[in-house]
Design a protein around this ligand. Structure first.
Ligand code: DND
Length: 253
């Protein structure tokens, strides 16, 4: 069934995103999930967690917001923001409850969640409640985020388990220390997939098929992202040839 708000997405410049700019405009209470991330690249773990939280909390929509310049990832090279944004768009396109916002990329400069939430609060009426969706690894560092106490006033937290990361007492203490958060801890069906694992596989010419969507696989291949090269690296060369000896797609092999 198409999401009612999808129908309302008209051809006009959007402030936050194309599908859900009008959320809450009818005055009724609404819940908006916010899935912030570097998404380098987006994968099924991100998508599945967002869908599970949407269902568990009865969210009207979930916005994926790729960070322009993620402040905690300065130490390594990341894919260009335009590519991470395009991959997010491809990944969510078939879910009528999902959309992508480019506000953090458009804003420029270092990306801070507090700025994003303030911009969104200025756009949406008060009857729209924000739920920031966050994995157990990211939530453990929330006390280090810029103005974490202000973030606690701007949104509620949906903190979700992730393979290898516990939502244990120590993590919860970190959240308490970060601010007066209204937090819901959720047990998600585990998918042990990570962006770093995908990047590593691509660097070695290995398949990432089923670890992200087909559209994202195709995009990575077409743009040659993450060191992906047609046919993979030398050590993967023999398995990257098709029956005629031609190069096979390493990304989706
Ligand atoms: P990541 O770089 O961890 O995102 O960033 C998460 C959010 O934190 C972004 O919105 C950042 O802007 C914000 N942040 C970070 C640091 C400082 C500040 C803000 C600040 O304002 O000062 P990833 O792309 O790595 O992951 C996206 C989300 O998906 C994370 O919450 C991660 O835990 C979660 N995730 C999974 N959850 C369950 N199962 C899996 C997952 N893989 C990723 N397999």
């Amino acid at each position: 069934m198409p999401h009612p708000l999808t129908e309302a997405a008209v051809a006009r410049p959007c402030a936050i995103c194309a599908r859900f700019d009008d959320l809450g405009a009818d005055g009724r209470p609404a819940r908006l999930g916010i899935m912030g991330g570097t998404f380098d690249p987006i994968h099924i773990g991100h998508l599945s967690v967002a869908e599970q939280v949407r269902e568990a909390l009865g969210l009207d929509a979930v916005l994926f917001i790729p960070a322009g310049v993620p402040v905690f990832k300065r130490a390594r090279r990341i894919a260009p923001a335009a590519d991470r944004l395009a991959m997010c768009r491809l990944a969510v396109a078939d879910n009528p409850f999902f959309d992508v916002s480019d506000i953090e990329i458009r804003r420029g400069g270092d990306t801070y969640t507090v700025d994003t939430l303030r911009e969104m609060r200025a756009h949406y009426p008060d009857n729209v409640e924000f739920w920031f969706i966050i994995g157990a690894d990211a939530v453990a560092s929330i006390s280090l985020w810029r103005e974490s106490d202000a973030i606690a006033q701007l949104c509620k937290l949906a903190a979700v388990t992730r393979p290898g990361f516990q939502l244990d007492g120590a993590t919860r203490a970190q959240v308490d220390e970060a601010g007066a958060f209204d937090v819901r801890y959720l047990q998600a069906t585990a998918l042990s997939v990570s962006s770093s694992d995908l990047r590593e596989r691509l660097e070695h010419g290995q398949s990432i098929r089923y670890l992200t969507t087909d559209g994202v696989c195709d995009y990575i291949r077409e743009k040659g992202l993450y060191g992906y090269a047609e046919g993979g690296k030398e050590d993967a060369e023999d398995v990257s040839r098709d029956a005629e000896g031609g190069p096979r797609c390493g990304c989706c092999r």
